[in-house]
Design a protein around this ligand. Sequence first.
Ligand SMILES: [Zn+2]
Length: 74
Amino acid sequence: MSENEYWFCLTHHTVEGHDGCKNADRLGPYSSSEEASRALEKVQERNEAWDNDPKWNDNGAGSGDGLSDGTPDS
Ligand SMILES: [Zn+2]
């Protein structure tokens, strides 16, 4: 129905139209390229929130064998 589909490609970090990478590699669809470009910002904000959320720190007692030290993987 809608020909106006915009996707944010996680492979190329750019907005793509209907023809592009497979949908599994993209966020969307969105009804405007602007929305699609904001999709990644939302994801990044969410990731930062997770990184800064003490609930996700793995320093609690009795957390297995201690091999996981919570070092960010970047
Ligand atoms: Zn792509």
